[in-house]
Design a binder for this molecule. Structure first.
Ligand SMILES: Nc1ncnc2c1ncn2[C@@H]1O[C@H](COP(=O)(O)OP(=O)(O)OP(=O)(O)O)[C@@H](O)[C@H]1O
Ligand SMILES: O=C(CO)[C@H](O)[C@H](O)COP(=O)(O)O
Length: 319
């Protein structure tokens, strides 16, 4: 990357950069998207949840015995035309699905910012959507992790019983496999989350997060100064971690995978964050010297870095 900083690249940018984040309900899309948005600067990022494009409200879905994962329960035609308008820099009137009462609120005006994140069940469902999306992610936690998160959230925060959540999971699973999981093959990056092998059985659980990259020829850590002084970081570690890489086959594609297992030393994230700050002039994430950093945060930093690299390279003049 040349010396152009991120905000200059955004200033010169004609069309918004569109990031699609696909995954099941409760798979961690919002958690992950929030971190990426903080790193890129919330004033530059607007997020659309695709739940707003459901075709039916909650009662109608129940009457029709259709899940929100079924394509017929979503208005892809309107989504496509709205994304096309946003891509041209136009304001849209966006529908709003209200999760509190399961109905639709009145449409609201929605103005595109430099970066638009589309997160939901189907951002990569149609070819037209895939063509408009500049960077595609698929969040893919192991089913045990995903169900544990969903049960904790829906019982703890949304007042459902554990039995009701389990029944809903069972009802939705076939549609997840049919209508959501296949989108993984179109993702530039797949983010896999499993319970940690380095620190298993902890409460709260510790995770291993892998970033699987579809294009092995583009190096993930382009121009990121990355030195690890082991003598400085090892004494700070109070829990085991591991960093590994491998190549793997998924959905008929050859991918390269970087796996971060367990909480990582501050020094590991700091050099990456330094680079991002130099480019974006944003103080990326509140990492503190001596504190450990979650693998989710580091993977989000790497994704943000990829977006920054792509944006800057779009406005670079040829050498
Ligand atoms: N990387 C993570 N590490 C730890 N916990 C996580 C992580 N990601 C998600 N969770 C847990 O899972 C819950 C669901 O995550 P989140 O709301 O991000 O999912 P979602 O895919 O946006 O769900 P929905 O589509 O239903 O809104 C969160 O409340 C959080 O407790
Ligand atoms: O899958 C979902 C989110 O991705 C939700 O179940 C869907 O949006 C319907 O919401 P609610 O259950 O609040 O009616």
């Amino acid at each position: 990357m040349r010396s152009s900083v991120f905000h200059e690249a955004l200033h010169d940018q004609v069309n918004p950069f569109i990031i699609g984040v696909a995954g099941d309900s409760g798979s961690g899309k919002t958690t992950f998207t929030r971190i990426v948005s903080i790193v890129l600067g919330p004033s530059r990022v607007s997020t659309i949840t695709l739940d707003d494009y459901h075709r039916y409200d909650r009662d109608e879905r129940a009457a029709l015995s259709i899940t929100p994962l079924h394509p017929d329960a979503n208005r892809f035609d309107r989504l496509e035309s709205d994304i096309a308008a946003l891509k041209r820099g136009e304001e849209i009137q966006k529908p709003v699905y209200n999760h509190t009462n399961g109905t639709f609120d009145p449409d609201i005006p929605f103005r595109p910012k430099n970066i638009i994140i589309l997160e939901g069940l189907h951002p990569l469902f149609t070819e037209e959507l895939r063509e408009m999306i500049d960077l595609a992610l698929f969040v893919d936690p192991h089913p045990d992790v995903k169900y544990a998160w969903k049960i904790r959230r829906d019982v703890g925060e949304r007042g459902h019983t554990r039995e009701a959540v389990l029944a809903e999971i069972r009802t939705r699973e076939p549609d997840y496999e049919k209508y959501v999981a296949f989108q993984r093959q179109y993702a530039d990056y797949v983010i896999r989350i499993e319970e940690s092998l380095a620190a298993p059985g902890r409460d709260p659980p510790v995770y291993s997060v892998s970033l699987l990259q579809a294009d092995p020829s583009s190096c993930l850590l382009t121009n990121v100064p990355f030195t690890l002084d082991l003598s400085r970081i090892l004494p700070l570690v109070d829990g085991p971690y591991s960093i590994s890489g491998c190549s793997t086959e998924l959905d008929g594609r050859s991918l390269v995978s970087m796996r971060l297992d367990g909480y990582l030393p501050y020094g590991f994230a700091r050099s990456l964050e330094d680079s991002i700050e130099a480019q974006t002039e944003i103080c990326a994430l509140p990492f503190f010297p001596g504190k450990l950093v979650s693998p989710t945060d580091v993977i989000a930093l790497l994704i943000a870095w990829q977006i920054i690299c792509r944006q800057c390279s779009l406005t670079e003049s040829p050498v």
